[in-house]
Design a protein around this ligand. Structure first.
Ligand code: NAP
Length: 273
């Protein structure tokens, strides 16, 4: 893992950076500024969603940068109220228009909404077949949702974005996705800052002379999990991107796996099955 842009090949051959920027809970100028800084620092994957109400600002920052569009990887997601076949197709057009882009790299179902999710997936397959998105995927799909999707889908999701951290180590889901070439992507990877002073984490950070955030992000990357930490601070954006110059030993990786406490920031998707 020497190169700054560690890439993964998705199951349809599309290349995606493993490390990206999440932009939840940032708005207006703050969002535009954070994305501009991130692109300057070297981030090439930006993860937004219709729900975050900042697609316009993300699009502005992307279009204002001098980076070629094909070198960027932009993800957005269909909002819960927009799910269903026709509504999803319309919502996609609105997202593209807000961002001022011709295509997105990855379009995700934000949440497995009970009665509409399978029609939403059909709409994503259509967008993919029409070439309007480079890849399609899901978010918050634990194993039962993926099993259900498999029965009807023409396309296998390229990515499954779920809450994932050393404190929510979903080992079975990771194995399931790896066996089926679905790229797992960790959201709330930094546990929104809520475990930064855990003494176990601090001891690993001390050993490698890195920050707790860098240790957590590196742990995910070494598991082959894509990770999308959010920050709107220039210094923390830099910190979170400086994870390519060290390696956590197998022993310390196993130690970090043992931090699991099934701790969730966001609701458990299983409660909605
Ligand atoms: P997160 O990335 O785990 O944590 C973000 C929080 O940690 C912010 O308060 C940030 O503050 C702080 N932070 C960032 N870098 C830090 C560092 N180096 N040291 C200490 N604190 C640091 O949480 P998240 O925003 O929930 O998750 C990341 C992304 O995942 C989201 O932005 C979104 O794109 C995606 N997501 C998806 C879903 C879904 O349902 N699909 C759900 C949740 C999130 P500052 O900004 O002040 O640095």
């Amino acid at each position: 893992m020497q190169n700054q842009q560690l890439m993964t090949s998705l199951n349809n051959g599309v290349q995606m950076p493993l490390l990206g920027l999440g932009v939840y809970d940032m708005y207006k100028k703050e969002a535009e500024q954070a994305v501009s800084w991130a692109l300057e620092i070297g981030y090439r994957l930006i993860d937004t969603a219709s729900m975050y109400r900042n697609e316009t600002e993300i699009g502005n920052a992307v279009r204002q940068s001098s980076i070629a569009r094909e070198d960027l990887f932009i993800t957005t997601k269909v909002n819960n109220d927009d799910q269903g076949y026709e509504k999803t197709l319309k919502a996609f057009d609105v997202s593209l228009q807000k961002m001022g882009l011709d295509y997105v790299d990855l379009y995700l179902i934000h949440w497995p909404i009970k009665f509409t999710r399978k029609f939403t997936w059909k709409a994503l397959e259509r967008l993919y077949h029409e070439g309007r998105v480079k890849a399609i995927g899901v978010a918050n799909y634990l194993i039962p949702f993926l099993d259900e999707l498999r029965l009807e889908a023409t396309e296998i999701p390229a990515v499954n974005q779920v809450e994932f951290s050393p404190y929510l180590y979903l080992e079975d889901l990771l194995k399931y996705c790896q066996e089926r070439r679905i790229q797992l992507q960790a959201y709330s990877p930094l546990v929104r800052g809520q475990r930064m002073s855990d003494p176990k984490l601090l001891s690993v950070a001390e050993k490698y002379q890195k920050t707790p955030a860098q240790i957590i992000l590196r742990w995910a990357l070494q598991l082959g999990v894509s990770t999308i930490p959010k920050s709107s601070s220039f210094d923390r954006l830099k910190e979170n991107f400086s994870v390519f110059d060290f390696e956590i030993s197998a022993e310390d990786m196993a130690y970090m796996n043992s931090f699991n406490e099934n701790f969730r920031i966001v609701d458990d998707p299983m409660e909605l099955l």
